[in-house]
Design a protein around this ligand. Structure first.
Ligand code: GUN
Length: 293
């Protein structure tokens, strides 16, 4: 039997808790947390994600501002927008939606974000703190995966986790989080990537597999052992005739019945990522304003 890890349902529960928090802030007549988003270029997936983030902010009662820049914007132009957000006292946290156009050096941009407003947790100061198990912003997708596993009371400690893909958005942070000494860590983690030889060798032995490669149906039933726990981070748009549908990085049909748990696409990690970004934004607001006032 394969059980679905229903991220949508868990995200709704977390949203209810956040809404109560927002009511308290309103009651105290304090300014509502504000998320800034910088979007450069025309990447269709990025536009969809950003719209979802804005919509969820609105639903919950957070304020949100979007700076949209054309595909050919220079790095200097994006840096100027980052400085504005760093210096805007009404913006508690902000993100630069990735990926960015090829001519932009992402590292330069991330290094210029004020770490206290880095609600993506991508700045080296925050990423380093995360790796050292210190209090900081945890990248939203990794935070969402950990939270979902915790909510379903799935034990991670002592298990062998295989992560496929080593992006700074998902693969790298989740491999660190699951291996550190913590309530949600203590797993033995193998981080695999394009240069990994014989991926089967690792996936066949894994208790938990996290796939974040952006390739529809990449992980198939013959690559896993019976009872494996599968986390699908891929959200791939597939054209089927005149319809488009979303497909994950895991071939759902071939693993169903063999895995013990799987996150569906859509309705798995996607909604968890958005709600965790909002949690990080509220944390940033608390850190900057409410606690110090
Ligand atoms: N693109 C896909 N996921 C993310 C994310 O979590 N943060 C940012 N900034 N860009 C993304």
């Amino acid at each position: 039997m394969t059980q679905l890890l229903n991220g949508k349902e868990i995200a709704i529960k977390i949203k209810q808790e956040i809404c109560e928090e927002i009511e308290k802030i309103k009651h105290q007549k304090k300014r509502l947390p504000h998320l800034g988003i910088i979007l450069s270029g025309n990447n269709v997936e990025s536009i969809i994600y950003v719209n979802k983030k804005i919509q969820e902010c609105k639903n919950i009662g957070l304020s949100c501002s979007l700076v949209e820049l054309p595909e050919n914007s220079s790095e200097q132009k994006i840096l100027e927008e980052i400085y504005k957000m760093n210096n805007n006292p009404f913006i508690d946290g902000f993100i630069i939606q990735l990926p960015l156009p090829q001519h932009i050096n992402v590292d330069n941009l991330i290094l210029s974000i004020n770490p206290d407003k880095d609600v993506d947790g991508f700045h080296p100061e925050n990423f380093g703190k995360m790796a050292l198990n210190m209090n900081t912003f945890i990248p939203a997708t990794a935070y969402g995966i950990i939270t979902l596993l915790q909510k379903y009371k799935i034990k991670i400690s002592g298990k062998h986790t295989v992560v496929i893909g080593r992006s700074r958005i998902v693969g790298l942070p989740i491999s660190i989080l699951m291996s550190i000494q913590n309530d949600f860590g203590n797993s033995t983690v193998t981080l695999t990537h394009t240069y990994t030889k014989n991926l089967f060798f690792y996936t066949k032995k894994a208790d938990i597999i996290i796939v974040a490669v952006g390739s529809p149906g990449f992980l198939t039933g013959n690559m896993i052992k019976k009872g494996a726990i599968l986390i699908d981070v891929g959200i791939n748009k597939i054209n089927q005739g005149i319809k488009t549908m979303l497909k994950g990085d895991i071939d759902f049909d071939s693993i169903f019945g063999k895995a013990s748990y799987i996150t569906p696409v859509p309705g798995g990690i996607g909604p968890m990522t958005i709600i965790m970004l909002i949690k990080n934004t509220i944390k940033a607001a608390y850190k900057r304003l409410y606690k110090s006032n």
